[in-house]
Design a protein around this ligand. Structure first.
Ligand SMILES: Cc1ncc(C[n+]2csc(CCOP(=O)(O)OP(=O)(O)O)c2C)c(N)n1
Ligand SMILES: [Mg+2]
Length: 516
């Protein structure tokens, strides 16, 4: 058996059965071997940012990694932004990067570059097997490293001759590790803080925003005076009617500061200590109020749900509040941001997976859907835009039985618009809603906030997406995705209902009246 075939068998045996790829010559033996291992699915992405973002979305929904297959340093480079987002999401990814044959490197052929240097920035683990005999052991280690917990990007650099040579045997999967139990002393210490009578809040992130830990957190909130916050950008939140809804820390630092003002204790539950997303002249980076002590209940990789349960048993009520069922009425009138959000909330199917990269429209979307039937909400975790469409694609591959709604701002959409082609190729049930404000609207706000001034015509031109207007209906049509443009709230509701009712991918281009 050659290295490639044995490697794919090793991946499958370790539970990695989907490979998102954009391959090249150095990956041809891996590509050929896919036909010898029935259980491995290959999914083509037409840009590496689609491949890496799809692997992220897939793993957010399955909990286990997909593999990527990228073409040397440039392919990895193209995929880097969404690997950065995956790293910030603590997503497990087995990131396979093909390389030249070991003996070819010294000739410095055109595609040769320092792959390790590029990989280091996003990878928690890097392996480079030099011999076919080692390949499957290293592959099993890569899966093990990717899974954590916490999940991480494990990059396996695969020289072409290691892949094509014979003499490989599939490797034995390594056992998956469970999350680490938080010890009783740490739980007791936080219980004491909660009983201190001083103003205290829990900040939940990562694994703590799923249904069970949210229920435990709500019990703690109901049994004490503790306030509950969720991190601003989270890989996956379970939300909707019957699930506790938790106030998010706001994106803008001064708003987050106002939310946290007066606290004497902040308890982190799989969350980072809050910091401003960017530095602004004269404004603080650290958002923890002066005189507020920071405590850690659970770090990434810990059993945050178990820790919250134990804490709730000590200080919590038997039950906590959950979100009331509430759908806004179908909106009418012009297509404003809030009206579009209401149209989405009026039509959101139960069990939907929402990939939210709607940028300035996101707050409306989240507020309008809070009481919709239960659904998952996937966000941009690392600030590198161009993630929403790939994440939606990967989530749809992972969960073919669930509808995926991809809320996508126009500017962000254009980074990885090729995702639509993969959605068509794979017949994925994704409804993409393009929030078209013909603008990098957030940057118009940031221009003022950073103190850079109001911006002259040259500056404003760089934040404007007109001349020519992007036509997403044509872009989608050219990639095999049926699409319609809507300009009123009624049209939006009708288009969404049709797109959601029909299987397969659809795109609704929502042309907002209140453009910036
Ligand atoms: C990879 C990457 N490049 C550039 C940026 C800077 N950036 C942040 S928001 C933004 C524009 C967002 O515009 P759009 O997606 O249309 O959302 P809107 O602000 O209009 O709601 C840009 C270019 C970024 N965050 N990530
Ligand atoms: Mg925009």
């Amino acid at each position: 058996m050659n290295g490639a075939e044995a490697m794919i068998r090793t991946l499958v045996d370790a539970g990695v059965t989907t490979c998102f790829t954009n391959p090249g010559t150095s990956e041809m033996h891996f590509v050929a071997a896919l036909d010898t291992v029935r259980e491995m699915r290959g999914v083509l992405g037409l840009f590496e940012g689609v491949v890496t973002g799809a692997a992220d979305g897939y793993a957010r929904m399955t909990g286990g990694p997909a593999a990527t297959l990228l073409h040397l340093g440039p392919g990895l480079g193209n995929g880097l932004a969404n690997l950065h987002n995956a790293r910030r999401a603590a997503t497990p990814v087995v990131n396979i990067v093909g390389d030249h044959a070991t003996y070819h490197a010294r000739f410095d052929a055109p595609l040769h570059s320092d792959i390790d240097a590029a990989a280091r920035n996003v990878s928690g683990w890097i392996g480079r097997p030099e011999h076919t005999a080692d390949l499957c052991r290293v592959t099993a280690e890569a899966v093990h490293a990717a899974c954590g917990p916490p999940g991480q990007v494990a990059t396996l650099i695969l020289p072409a001759d290691v892949s094509w040579s014979d003499g490989a045997e599939p490797g034995t999967p390594l056992p998956r590790r469970p999350p680490a139990t938080v010890d009783c002393d740490a739980v007791d210490a936080v219980a004491k803080v909660l009983r201190s009578g001083e103003p205290v809040a829990l900040l939940l992130g990562g694994s703590a925003l799923r249904r069970a830990p949210l229920a435990a957190a709500a019990r703690i909130g109901a049994g004490t005076d503790a306030r509950l916050f969720a991190e601003t950008f989270v890989a996956r939140t379970e939300r909707g009617a019957g699930i506790p809804g938790i106030e998010k820390l706001q994106y803008f630092g001064e708003m987050a500061q106002a939310q946290l003002a007066g606290l004497r204790h902040l308890v982190l539950v799989d969350a980072g200590s809050p910091v401003s997303f960017f530095a602004y002249p004269g404004k603080p980076s650290d958002l923890v109020p002066g005189g507020c002590a920071v405590h850690v209940l659970a770090v990434p990789g810990d059993d945050a749900a178990g820790a919250l349960d134990a804490l709730a048993d000590i200080v919590g009520a038997t039950d906590g509040p959950t979100a009331e069922p509430a759908r806004p009425p179908r909106p009418g009138g012009p297509l404003t941001g809030p009206n579009l959000a209401a149209a989405i909330a009026a039509t959101l199917p139960e069990g939907a997976i929402v990939s939210d990269e709607s940028a300035t429209a996101s707050a409306w979307m989240a507020a309008a859907t809070a009481g919709c039937p239960p659904h998952d909400w996937l966000q941009l975790t690392g600030g590198a835009i161009g993630q929403g469409l790939p994440v939606a694609t990967g989530a749809a591959v992972a969960c073919p039985e669930r509808p995926v709604i991809s809320l996508e701002a126009d500017g962000s959409a254009m980074y990885t618009i090729q995702s639509l082609w993969t959605q068509a190729r794979e017949s994925l049930d994704v409804t993409t809603v393009i929030v078209n404000n013909r603008s990098y609207a957030i940057l118009n706000i940031e221009l003022a906030r950073t103190g850079a001034g109001a911006g002259g015509p040259k500056a404003r031109d760089l934040l404007d997406l007109s001349r020519p207007d992007l036509d997403f209906v044509q872009l989608a049509g050219g990639m095999g995705v049926p699409a319609v443009a809507v300009r009123t709230a009624d049209e939006a509701v009708a288009a969404l209902e049709q797109a959601i009712a029909e299987p397969g991918p659809h795109l609704v281009e929502a042309i907002l009246e209140d453009r910036r």
